[in-house]
Design a protein around this ligand. Structure first.
Ligand code: SF4
Length: 265
């Protein structure tokens, strides 16, 4: 894995990262659309992906804000930063052993999602849905590159990182966005938080990454094997029923499965 060492992250500082070329996971785009290999008219969706990938990657403005802070205490559902702010959720599962955390907000700007909405409004459903799926995957790439930057910093300090943990997912209320937005100057990258804690542009990702001694954490250590969420589309490990539930996902914003049929526009 290539790690990004371009940005000089420092404890206590908010650092703005710009990503010139965001990679696109085309399989992720297909999954987001609900495109299956057996679909008869899959070719027209593939053609739309081919046509839109390059221009939409050019339109995306990948940026992220990252701030690393020391942890004062970490309990199963409550993490307190050394300078006072408190983050609540399944932090004991996702961020176990963390001595520091990196708070981040990543975005691709609003250009691609505005184009997607315009196409949908005008009845061009194939282009609109493909653009929306590409935008989601590019936002995920921006978050991944931010994660790589944090990991490069951690490894240079003989540490490693936990998985990313985002408000609205896996038992962390979306209201925890207010903590992240009070710690990071989100306007610098054009991201705003609504009264209901939704981000604008929508194609933005925020979250927390734990940093701990390398022998204690890995970025792939998701607690999905112990989580009994019934229909989570982000599940990364099969549920091991005998291990019970580790995550209170009742407050979780995991989105429902995509239902778009790959029929006409
Ligand atoms: S199964 Fe889903 S809700 Fe549960 S920990 Fe994994 S990603 Fe989170």
């Amino acid at each position: 894995m290539r790690l990004n060492t371009e940005w000089a992250l420092e404890v206590g500082d908010s650092v703005l990262c710009r990503f010139d070329a965001l990679p696109l996971d085309r399989d992720g785009v297909r999954r987001a659309i609900g495109l299956r290999p057996s679909t008869n008219n899959g070719a027209r969706w593939e053609k739309a992906i081919d046509e839109l990938e390059k221009p939409l990657r050019g339109l995306a403005r990948g940026r992220a804000l990252i701030r690393i802070e020391p942890v004062a205490s970490l309990q199963s559902r409550r993490l307190t930063l050394a300078h006072g702010p408190v983050i609540e959720g399944a932090v004991g599962q996702f961020l176990a052993h963390s001595q520091l955390v990196a708070l981040f907000i990543a975005t691709i700007g609003s250009g691609v999602e505005r184009l997607s909405r315009r196409w949908l409004r005008n009845g061009n459903v194939v282009r609109g849905l493909v653009a929306d799926a590409i935008a989601s995957e590019l936002a995920e790439s921006a978050a991944f590159l931010a994660q790589q930057a944090v990991r490069a910093w951690a490894l240079s300090h003989q540490m490693d990182i936990t998985p990313r943990y985002s408000p609205g997912y896996c038992g962390m209320s979306v209201r925890q966005q207010t903590v992240l937005f009070s710690e990071l100057p989100a306007r610098q990258i054009g991201v705003q938080l609504s009264a209901s804690c939704l981000m604008t542009p929508v194609k933005s990702v925020s979250g927390i990454i734990g940093i701990a001694p390398a022998s204690q954490v890995t970025p792939e250590d998701y607690p999905c094997g112990r989580c009994d969420h019934p229909n989570c589309m982000q599940r990364r490990v099969p549920f091991e029923s005998r291990r019970g539930s580790c995550v209170d996902w009742s407050d979780c914003g995991v989105p429902p499965p995509p239902t778009h049929e790959t029929e006409g526009d």
